[in-house]
Design a protein. Structure first.
Length: 293
């Protein structure tokens, strides 16, 4: 089994986690809706991730809904002391699987209680407010009201730390005036580089940046340059994509998602992959072109 410690650690709130974590969204059914097709397989992925030393799992109660959190609880509760489970609020699923904004104080409080119950914890370690002004990416708009409501839930002791997701730099600045923001979770990977400056700013401040869709999301990354580098290094393209993120900035924490044990092992093995400078240069070039994401 890979020793994922070789990828290093970074601060997440007042905890320190390994930089290779796991994103649980893929464990729900098709369209992140309903139960998984292979429940035992989903539980096995979670147990193997924890056994391999993963101490940072990203989830939400709106995956399923409820399903992913319930799988995490079934697989891993009582949780190891070092495990940090990060969830997110801000959406409610329709009966048709649609994703609808849910930002009123009542909806946020209800979502915190849903997460507490389904994860089986008394307090949630980190909650990301998942901003929904834009469906496909960050869009401007004030986050004052929902973040103030979430900060109140933190004051009540239900939430230890607060992060933001799908936000602009302006929203982050506004958010930092309201609460202590410990992480930002935005769409970023080697072909989707809109947050380059934001990542560097956060690194300078010691704040974690957690890219979602690190492998390209529902359509995993494909590029000739990526495949060429992978072939040269005797690695897979997905391992190279993760190793590039690890090298891109020290504050990047990875949460690649998979429902497959084979892919989990492959992704964790990226901890051991060293990218020489010429490989970094070839990969950097992908982000400066319109390569398909
Ligand atoms: N804040 C937000 O708005 C937001 C949005 C999306 C996701 N997230 C979080 O970010 C995490 C990561 O995102 P994601 O899971 O959507 O996307 P991802 O990690 O970029 O990619 C997952 C996709 O890649 C496939 N895959 C994984 N490992 C692979 C490998 N080694 N080889 C080939 N294919 C592989 C998976 O399929 P298999 O299951 O077949 O492996 C799945 O289709 C999620 O789990 C979730 O926790 C947050």
């Amino acid at each position: 089994m890979t020793d994922i410690s070789s990828a290093g650690t970074f601060a997440l709130g007042d905890r320190t986690v390994k930089r290779l974590g796991y994103g649980a969204m893929q464990l729900a059914g098709p369209g992140v809706f309903g139960p998984p097709q292979d429940r035992d397989g989903a539980l096995a992925v979670l147990r193997e991730a924890a056994a391999a030393g993963v101490d940072h799992i990203d989830t939400s109660d709106f995956y399923g809904p409820h399903i992913t959190n319930q799988l995490i609880r079934t697989a891993l509760h009582p949780y190891p002391d070092d495990l940090v489970i990060v969830t997110k609020l801000g959406a409610r699923r329709g009966e048709d699987g649609s994703w609808n904004p849910a930002f009123s104080a009542e909806e946020l409080a209800g979502a915190v209680h849903d997460n507490l119950r389904n994860l089986g914890v008394d307090v949630i370690e980190v909650v990301n407010l998942r901003v929904m002004f834009g469906i496909h990416g960050p869009a401007e708009g004030s986050i004052e009201a929902p973040l103030t409501a979430l900060a109140e839930l933190q004051r009540q002791g239900l939430v230890r730390h607060i992060g933001l997701s799908n936000v602009t730099a302006k929203q982050l600045a506004q958010g930092r005036g309201i609460a202590n923001i410990v992480c930002v979770q935005n769409h970023y990977n080697l072909a989707h580089r809109g947050d380059d400056a934001l990542i560097d700013d956060l690194a300078a401040e010691g704040i974690a940046y957690v890219p979602f869709f690190p492998l390209g999301g529902f359509t995993p990354l494909q590029s000739t340059e990526l495949s060429d580098v992978a072939a040269r290094l005797g690695a897979t393209p997905m391992q190279v994509a993760l190793a590039w993120l690890l090298r891109r900035a020290p504050n990047i924490l990875l949460i690649p998602g998979t429902s497959s044990l084979g892919h989990l092992r492959e992704n964790l093995a990226a901890a051991d992959l060293e990218l020489p400078q010429d490989a970094m240069a070839a990969l950097d070039w992908i982000g400066t072109t319109d390569a398909p994401a």
